[in-house]
Design a protein around this ligand. Structure first.
Ligand code: SF4
Length: 218
């Protein structure tokens, strides 16, 4: 996998929220800070401290780098819980076989957000490929409310991961910016002012400009 071709796993989460948002971030590296994202990053940064904790038959691996050559994605897991299991896999950090359980940290209260589940499942799929194992469940931990939501990594969710990877890849290769679909999610979106979801022609104009800049044909 070429480093430049690799899709950041966090981008899949953006795409699960809104494909246009993922496209704007991918194609022009746009980012506008909102109170929500700033708070999220601060809380997130506290757990982004690469380390391994060992306690008996259990390890916790924080900010663990993962990748999948097959999917062309890479990123970091906030935390992987690795518990001794004779039917599990071998990882460099443990001298016994382990069962892996990825945990993604999010700020705020518990919400049923599919994009978080897509991100978590993509991390698990990377780990499966890296260590030749299978992972049936992971969790999303909501930092502010200290609540943990278990997530089944079933076939349906795995299909969504594959579909999202395909969509982001297409956006990246073809410089696509999908039209906006204004809705309640726009109110919480940190790039609303750049996106202008209610201006119907902005996407086409933006796309045209990007293509011209990329090809040098003005
Ligand atoms: S403002 Fe709405 S349409 Fe635009 S990127 Fe955000 S969520 Fe998507």
């Amino acid at each position: 996998m070429d480093e430049w071709d690799s899709i950041p796993i966090s981008r899949l989460s953006h795409a699960g929220y809104c494909l246009r948002r993922a496209a704007l971030l991918t194609n022009e590296q746009l980012w506008a800070e909102s109170a929500d994202t700033a708070k999220g990053r601060r809380e997130h940064d506290r757990v982004h401290d690469e380390r391994i904790e060992k306690r008996g038959d259990e390890l916790k691996l924080y900010e663990y780098s993962v990748f999948s050559d097959e999917l062309g994605i890479s990123g970091k897991c906030d935390c992987i819980e690795a518990v001794r299991d004779e039917a599990g896999c071998r990882i460099p950090a443990a001298d016994f076989p382990v069962r892996l359980y990825p945990v993604e940290f999010k700020h705020g209260r518990v919400r049923d957000e599919e994009e978080y589940e897509i991100q978590l499942c993509a991390q698990a799929m990377c780990l499966e490929e890296m260590y030749g194992t299978s992972i049936s469940e992971g969790a999303i931990f909501y930092i502010s409310s200290h609540r943990r939501l278990n997530v089944k990594l079933d076939d349906d969710l795995r299909r969504k991961v594959l579909e999202t990877v395909k969509q982001v890849r297409r956006i990246q290769q073809d410089f696509l910016i999908p039209p906006s679909e204004p809705g309640p999610k726009c109110e919480r979106c940190s790039i609303k002012e750049i996106c202008m979801p209610d201006a119907p022609t902005s996407a086409e104009k933006y796309c045209e400009r990007m293509r011209k800049e990329a090809t040098g044909v003005l």
